[in-house]
Design a protein. Sequence first.
Length: 172
Amino acid sequence: MDFKRYRLFTAFAIVVLSCISAFAQDQVFSDPAVEYSFHIPDPAWKASVRPSSTNPNVEYVYGDRRDGHLIVRKLTVAPGAMITDVIQSEAQEKLQFLPGYVAGKEENFAGILKGSAFNYEYVQTGRPMAGRMYFLRANPTTVYVLRFSGPRDGLRILRNQTDLIARTFSVK
């Protein structure tokens, strides 16, 4: 019986250490020009646009822009505005003009900040593409939008990473 407990303990320790080392590989995005930070789970994510006084947005690409793209934006909304209304406004203003745009479902999402995630599909140069947007409420008048886009199948594969980035998004 003691040998079985020893093997179980050893297996458990290996799993815990593997998880710790996996989380230890995360990088953290933080910049003095913005008031937020988030974890970057894979070194393949590279900053392509840094915030500046003229452009407060942050952009990352996964390997190549065609493989995955992230834009972080800050929106000012009316006090008490519903996230659903913010999503509909974004879809009507920007997404509906994408070729082959098909709206997906909206789902509740919680990490350090709470909000919603919204999925959609479209076509770009004959390739099926997908997008996933996280709308995270920082306060009654501020919503951060994390907009991921990429090939439909590729974005599905990156879903754990996009969720992790959104879950770790925090305001300083």
